[in-house]
Design a protein around this ligand. Sequence first.
Ligand code: F6P
Length: 345
Amino acid sequence: SMRIGVLCSGGDSPGMNAAIRGAVLRGVDVHGFEMIGFVDGWRGFHEGEFVELDRPTVRGLSPLGGVFLGTSRVPPWEAPVTEAALAGLREKMAGYGLDGLMLIGGNGTQTVSSILADADFNVIGLPKTIDNDLAGTDYTFGFDTAVSIAAEAIDRLRTTGDSHRRCMVLEVMGRDAGWIALHAGMAGGAQAMLLPEYPESLDQVCAWVANVRDRGRSALIVVAEGFTLEGTDGAVTREGLDGFGRPRLGGIAELLAPLIEEKTGIETRATVLGHVQRGGSPTAFDRVLATRSGIAGADAVLANDWGKMAGLRGDRIEMVPLSDAVGKLKTVPEARYAEVRLNFG
Ligand code: F6P
């Protein structure tokens, strides 16, 4: 029978537990595989720390956030990858008696999956990231949960902001793509969403904020962590230094808020949502998507359909070649930005 190793890599994403559960219910119970899960991703793989996965191990996992196996950003090899490193991995896999690997991860992880697939390793990718910036799939599990948490934060900031006639700036995650800001901001009716893909000038941002005030309302701005003001390289902070002469470490919201206040005369507050977005129970949508991804991954193993990732295409999970999923980020297209801009200012 087949023996499959499951490994999670990169930042956690709500739904990872459900994905493992789906893969195990189908893989072990239906297809008769043996499955093991490495603890803390590649760390467990390197150090020989793993657990056997069976039905009792995954019982009740669907509603649980995080991932019970643990995840880490430990890499499979020291870049750049060498033949020797690949040979080392191959040897380890043989040592564990594995016929294949199921890799649960985002862009970084699936790039590794793709390199392994090109080197004739048996790999299947399960796409996860709250950022939703992975190509080859319509949505990644974890995104819907992050969006609902960010949307709730907007609703809450809205009432306190309105009471004090303040401009509220909410920073959400998204280094390279503004999907969370776009969806949460659209859901919450934010008066601007500032995305990494679309730099805007400080004058423009302040014009939107002032416009909202002129209409007798208080502005709520959502900014993705990777947004840069037009005309800066992103490294530029207000004075470059904090009050003690050290480089400023604050995020973009903490940079923007005082600038907006200074330029518009409107009292402004910054909130950085941070890892709250990645924590807690996944939404029903993410549980379903993750479970179906895991099931599709187990089916792909049975079919020897290696080198693929379980992507969502419309309402179907399809196995897409890893090479189609990596090497390019899925960013917010202009048409989607145009839709939300209708509500700016
Ligand atoms: O990729 C997921 C993500 O949450 C990004 O949105 C964010 O930039 C990053 O991970 C944060 O990384 P860490 O959890 O290592 O602080």
